[in-house]
Design a protein around this ligand. Sequence first.
Ligand code: MTE
Ligand code: MO
Length: 393
Amino acid sequence: MGDFKIGRRSLLAGSGAILSVMASGVRVQAQESVTALPDYVSWKDADALIVHSNSTIEMERSAFGTSAFTPEDRLYVRNNVAPPPASILDDRDAWEVSIDGVAEPRSLTLAELKTMGITTVAMVLQCSGNGRAYFEHEPSGTPWQVGAAGCVMWTGVPLRVVVDALGGVAEGMEYVTGTGGETLPEGLDPLTLLVERSVPLDALDDILLAWELNGEPISLAHGGPLRMVVPGFTGVNSVKYVTKVAMTAEQSPALIQQTRYRLQPVGEEGGPDHPSVWQMSVKSWITGPLDATQAGRVQVTGVAFGGTTNVASVEVSADDGQTWSTAEFIGPDLGKFAWRPFVAQMDLQPGMYRLVSRATDADGNQQPEQTEPNDPGYNHNGWRAPGIEIEVA
Ligand SMILES: Nc1nc2c(c(=O)[nH]1)N[C@H]1C(S)=C(S)[C@@H](COP(=O)(O)O)O[C@H]1N2
Ligand SMILES: [Mo]
């Protein structure tokens, strides 16, 4: 096999299972993770998760399986500030959200929202930092590999229906701004901690005010009782425990909007002139096999998605991208915001292989070999770095 450049840090980041990797004849063993799940996610499947910290929990690569959607007990978790108390779920229907920047602004309870309309969308929820471990400049922040992503079904009312019921978007508005319901610690400028995100008004027709995840009331960890979900956009834009949704002329003044989650060049501070992390791009990765495998027919599986448009095709390579074969999608197509599991059936003789996948979306955009670096390590979608080395015996 060729010379593979794999950062030591990205290998050690996979500390939920013992991971043995052969690169240039070196064998590296990661430590078994000993960190327990924090209380608010104690109901999750610990074997399927890597606990980076109490507020950054990744799904193991081995836990993706070939399901079209991700069970909630395996879904990654990311909280920028401590979640609200579980008591906010005691009376879900009484939860209030204020709607502003419309002709007739007002507050609505979840019970009222449920009378206004209902739809379901299957959507990839992916942290902007998913794949950060694969950037060579070693950005600070959680070294997520592939597991800060899942594909889940949200049920709720289309935001467009709510806005139209309140007389439509007020004049001059350009963004949809959602505010998270966390109680912020006293004594600090709230704008440094407030989770308030703005997305372009064009997204209005896709946004849901959701109360169910995979057919169950949304857990506290994932933003119950009510979450503003923005299909096609990275996770940070889908605001949990949403208390206010406003059509606004400007983007939120919160630092999470103004300076964080920006795509600034390596070595620079983020600011309003750098692009915000909004729409996701075409991406895929291998989910199996991850370990030594028997020679013969091998089912090489993975997941692929287009971001804001359908994924059109996926190719798989067992020789690190020298030769490619076309994969087949598995199972139903849950729409353009969902991912599609795929399989390539390969006949592999004994030897060492490096499995990689490369997806193309319906507009013809293909995953690059490498992602152009940005300082905070967002939006990684290069095909080479997340490859998997396996030994076929
Ligand atoms: N209110 C609120 N919403 C939030 C966050 C948060 O800290 N507070 N974190 C965001 C980030 S960065 C991500 S990646 C997703 C994570 O969603 P999950 O924990 O349901 O997987 O929620 C987003 N929405
Ligand atoms: Mo995130």
